[in-house]
Design a protein around this ligand. Structure first.
Ligand code: HEC
Length: 173
């Protein structure tokens, strides 16, 4: 009887950690300790937050603007892709935060048949990209997971002072 009890508890613990892992991608489980408006997932990576009224956090809203300033010329509006570059709203269905930041910072060159090249430029020195790479990531993640079907994310929540301070120091530094 005692043995059974231990096994049951172990099963329950395992079960709960498994289901927790399964939702980690989609649920904003907490806020960054330095910036109360920045949401992170169970892995500590940035994630969008959609509120009950359908509005989004500042970073997702800002990511929409930054994406359309820096990426949309190649990747098409709203992450939908173009004949030239892939649909990032699809890429982020499987691509994680680390890989995303790596490709954005370092770029990627792929040799195509017939000697042509597919070139993602390295944007690691571009502050207008790198200071907002989390914003762009969470915006595209919201698109990839269908939380944001399209258009400009509605924003009702005030921007935090911490996000403003980070932006100022990043652009200056
Ligand atoms: C000058 C055009 C151009 C610009 C600007 C550009 N990209 Fe790209 N990007 C590409 C091309 C082309 C590829 C495909 C490279 C390949 O064949 O693997 C690509 C690939 C990527 C990938 C990999 C996608 C995948 O499915 O593997 C990511 C992530 C990405 N770009 C993010 C961005 C972000 C974010 C921005 C804006 C900050 C941006 N890109 C701006 C052309 C561009």
């Amino acid at each position: 009887m005692k043995k059974f009890g231990t096994a049951l508890i172990a099963t329950l613990l395992l079960g709960s950690s498994l289901s927790f892992g399964a939702v980690a991608q989609t649920v904003a489980v907490g806020t960054d300790k330095d910036d109360k408006s920045k949401y992170i997932d169970a892995k500590g990576e940035p994630i969008y937050k959609k509120f009950d009224d359908g509005s989004f956090d500042w970073y997702t809203f800002n990511g929409f603007r930054r994406y359309h300033a820096e990426c949309h010329v190649c990747h098409g509006p709203e992450g939908k892709g173009s004949t030239y570059a892939p649909a990032l709203a699809d890429s982020l269905k499987t691509m994680g935060y680390g890989d995303f930041v790596g490709v954005v910072a370092s770029g990627r060159i792929v040799e195509l048949s017939g000697g042509a090249k597919s070139v993602m430029p390295a944007l690691g020195d571009n502050k207008n990209v790198m200071c907002y790479v989390d914003d762009i990531f969470v915006y595209l993640k919201a698109r990839a997971e269908g939380a944001l079907p399209g258009g400009r994310p509605k924003r009702e929540v005030e921007r935090s002072q911490a996000s403003q301070d980070y932006e100022n120091s990043c652009l200056k530094g």
